[in-house]
Write a protein that binds this ligand. Structure first.
Ligand code: BTN
Length: 252
């Protein structure tokens, strides 16, 4: 385990292997007084966790697998989607410096074209009406050359650009961007966060195929509400409103 290497903008714990960096950081916070932005990065996860109980697979040493902790006690739980928005934006904007066609697939996957380059798992603890702790876990496919896992549409930065990257340089830049967005959030300067998020959305224009409990349909994105609800408008101009997991994007 390596703590706070010089020149890294946040406290960094590097470990070669763990079950999940989110779980590692939860246990670490329970044992030690932990500074905000403390980041755990692993070379390999034996049971990386994804959304909806899925797993997250990554070859050892190839990709970014990390979690960091925030204590956003100023933020009401009903506004917790802002954490997802700033984390997604920071990653999207860093990946924009390496390639075109990066977008945020609602609520917080990062896509290149129609493929997933990054997954985010945010676990919030509440105290009363506010958030006491937020652990954000992020997997970004950077240098992996091939994917063999059953994940439906993975892609790595290497596959897009043909180049290999220093994953800690990418991590450093992402943490600087997250710090900057978090300062904006602390100042309650949320309008531009929301505007940037909407501008960065996958399928922000045009009619596309979706599927909900009633079947498949064509629709366009109208907006994302502050609680994170996605508003679609179908071919009959009817508005359809979805919380996470209630609608599926049908990909090409
Ligand atoms: C998703 O299903 O899209 C979310 C995937 C999140 C994966 C990352 S990898 C680092 C961190 N530790 C975990 O166990 N999960 C997250």
């Amino acid at each position: 385990m390596m703590l706070s290497p010089d020149l890294f903008p946040v406290p960094l714990i590097h470990i070669s292997e763990t079950n999940s960096t989110n779980s590692y950081l939860q246990t670490f916070c329970a044992k030690e007084k932990t500074e905000e932005f403390t980041t755990v990065a692993a070379d390999y996860q034996t049971s990386g966790r994804g959304q909806r109980g899925n797993s997250w697979e990554s070859e050892p040493h190839k990709n970014l697998l990390f979690s960091f902790v925030l204590f956003p006690e100023f933020l009401e739980a009903r506004r917790q989607f802002l954490i997802s928005q700033i984390v997604s934006l920071a990653i999207k904007e860093e990946l924009d410096t390496y390639t075109d066609d990066v977008s945020i697939k609602w609520p917080n996957d990062i896509y290149w074209k129609e493929k997933k380059i990054c997954g985010i798992l945010i676990e919030n603890d509440l105290i009363g009406r506010n958030i006491s702790r937020s652990i954000a876990g992020i997997g970004i496919n950077i240098n992996q050359e091939e994917f063999h896992s059953p994940a439906p549409n993975p892609v790595s930065l290497y596959q897009i650009t043909g180049k290999q990257y220093d994953i800690y340089e990418v991590l450093k830049n992402i943490m600087l961007r997250i710090q900057s967005y978090y300062n904006q959030l602390k100042k309650n300067d949320t309008l531009s966060i929301v505007a940037h998020y909407e501008k960065s959305l996958f399928r922000k224009e045009g009619m596309h195929r979706y599927k909900d409990a009633d079947g498949e349909f064509l629709a366009r994105i109208v907006c994302v509400e502050p609680e994170g609800r996605l508003i679609l408008e179908d071919e009959m101009q009817a508005k359809r409103r979805y919380m996470f997991k209630e609608v599926e994007y049908l990909l090409k």
